[in-house]
Design a protein around this ligand. Structure first.
Ligand code: FES
Length: 87
């Protein structure tokens, strides 16, 4: 498990192993647009402020993944205890 942090509010939310970052944000009223929910379409692309992402999508290029500026909350996870998103 890890926590996702919303930059605009500073709020931290726990992300359990069996739920996506998108599901946690959505449940807490933080809007993220999604479509495929499987890392393919790119709709959910979100800016990454801080943390080490565990990219699980096939939308971002390897170069973009290495840059660490973008994150796909419908499917990707975190390797660091906290992942801060530009929301
Ligand atoms: Fe399609 Fe996230 S909703 S990539």
């Amino acid at each position: 498990a890890f926590q996702v942090k919303v930059r605009s509010s500073g709020a931290l939310y726990d992300v359990a192993a069996d739920e996506s970052v998108f599901e946690v944000l959505d449940r807490n009223g933080v809007f993220v647009a999604v479509s495929c929910e499987s890392g393919v379409c790119g709709t959910c692309q979100t800016g990454l402020i801080e943390g080490i992402p565990d990219h699980r999508d096939v939308f971002l290029t390897d170069k973009e993944k290495a840059q660490g500026k973008w994150f796909m909350p419908c499917c990707s996870r975190s390797k660091s205890p906290i992942l801060e998103l530009d929301l």
